[in-house]
Design a protein around this ligand. Structure first.
Ligand code: UDX
Length: 435
């Protein structure tokens, strides 16, 4: 099939590559020329394992082409996937301006297109965006009716950054939210080679499935983190507790890793958007409110505990190891490293940061701290280390062999503490050691 994709962020680009891998022809559209130039030169516009190799394969074979002209791209394809950004407004609501713009352009193209064309919404959007906002704009601009002149569906994306290619090609489920049989059949055929369970719903239900899934995962993390603070005080290890909890098949062990909290482009944004949707409808959300509140507590709790254990952090050289919101990405959106850095500065510490991929992105958020490109030099400088992202290279550090012994605070349970003899170590969710 010929498919145009509007928006070359994580979702758009990896979806395009996955569909090219399944044998389709893809036109990638974006308003940022530099992104398209990167793609043409077979370089990913962001760091994501596997994307560069897939670009080399599918750009050189001609399966992937690029365009800045939405109308042109839509005219030359059978299906258009909308994967533009849906950033948060300052009040937590969703900003739908890019979606409206894309819908207008698609409508313009459909005005003069004879064949039946399917529009698929893939970005995470608030309920009714597909069936009300997109439908009304495309119908008005194109002069055609949804279900007759064109098809409309919502298919949410569930990929994780750092594993985006794997997740795009091996989804747990494909949700196809459409009222139209013809559109459903076309999309079922498109996604059939993925061999995944297909769930057909309405477009609005598909939109809610995405919010409800991400919010439940975020809730599991916040729950584990709340239990973690209790465990520290009771004198037991939260990892042992969650192992026991997760063995219940109704719960599963996934997303119960306690630590410094969740970051990224999805969980904080989606939980906030869902709270906003509820607030607009005058529905109370004490669970979702608590999920966010608890996520804000964890970075403060880490730094406060360090200060208590060491009496003071004032004037100490503190190294924040890991700035990306998780390993295998250069993404720093809602990274927990930023609130930790701010807390450390507020407590009078000298703060420096290191990250294998996200250093430059983080520098623009925190220009006043020191940065180390070289891990050895960073470790040489530090008295105290806060381990914030579980990059593989940090697991390789031989802490006990470092020239000056460190005090190590682990926000992500990265280190096997049983091998440490000289290094003073505490990981969130463990009983407090006596130093
Ligand atoms: C998430 C969802 O997993 C994905 O399905 C959705 O499409 C987008 O949002 P992503 O943000 O890429 O994906 O990362 P994920 O691996 O889910 O981790 C999110 C954050 O939660 C990270 O900061 C991670 O460190 C944290 N996390 C995750 C925990 O603190 N504990 C856990 O047990 C799991």
């Amino acid at each position: 099939m010929k498919i145009s994709i509007i928006g070359c962020g994580y979702v758009g680009l990896t979806t395009g590559l996955a569909l090219a891998e399944l044998g389709n022809e893809i036109i990638l559209v974006d308003v940022i020329e530099e992104k398209l130039n990167n793609i043409k030169e077979m370089r990913s516009p962001f760091y994501e394992p596997g994307v560069d190799d897939m670009l080399v394969k599918h750009v050189s074979s001609g399966a992937i082409t690029t365009s800045m002209d939405v109308v042109d791209a839509v005219s030359g394809s059978q299906v258009t996937i909308i994967a533009v950004g849906t950033p948060s407004n300052p009040d937590g609501s969703m900003n739908d301006s890019y979606i409206k713009e894309a819908s207008k352009n698609i409508g313009e193209a459909l005005k003069v297109k004879d064949d039946f064309h399917v529009i698929v919404m893939k970005s995470t959007v608030v309920p009714d965006t597909t069936n009300v906002t997109i439908r009304s704009i495309v119908e008005e601009v194109s002069g055609k009716m949804s279900g007759k002149g064109f098809g409309l569906a919502m298919c949410p994306e569930f990929l994780r950054e750092g594993a985006a290619m794997h997740d795009s090609l091996n989804p747990d489920r494909v949700v196809i939210g459409t009222y139209e049989d013809r559109t459903f059949q076309i999309l079922e055929e498109l996604f059939r080679p993925l061999n995944s369970k297909v769930l057909r719903t309405s477009p609005t239900a598909a939109e809610m499935i995405k919010y409800a899934s991400n919010s439940l995962l975020a809730t599991k993390i916040s729950y584990a983190n709340e239990i973690s603070r209790i465990c520290e005080n009771v004198g037991v290890d939260v990892y042992e507790i969650m192992e026991g909890v997760g063995l219940d098949f109704r719960i599963s062990p996934q997303f119960l890793r306690a630590g410094v909290g969740f970051g990224g482009s999805c969980f904080p944004k989606d939980v906030s958007a869902l709270r906003h949707i509820a607030k607009d409808r005058k529905i109370d959300t004490p669970v979702l409110d608590g999920v966010m509140e608890n996520n804000d507590i964890q970075p403060r709790h880490l730094v406060d505990t360090a200060e208590e254990m060491l009496n003071s952090l004032k004037g100490k050289n503190t190294l924040v190891l890991g700035l990306a919101f998780k390993p295998d990405t250069d993404d720093i959106r809602s990274t927990r490293s930023l609130p930790v850095v701010k807390e450390l500065i507020a407590k009078g510490a000298n703060v420096a940061g290191h990250d294998p991929k996200a250093l430059e992105n983080f520098r623009s958020e925190a220009p006043d701290i020191e940065y180390f490109e070289d891990l050895d030099k960073a470790l040489e400088w530090a008295d105290i280390v806060f381990l914030m992202t579980e990059w593989p290279e940090y697991k390789e550090i031989e802490w006990d062999s470092l020239e000056t012994p460190k005090v190590l605070f682990d926000g992500r349970r990265t280190i096997d503490s049983s091998v440490l003899k000289k290094t003073r170590y505490w990981s969130m969710g463990k009983p407090l050691p006596k130093w």
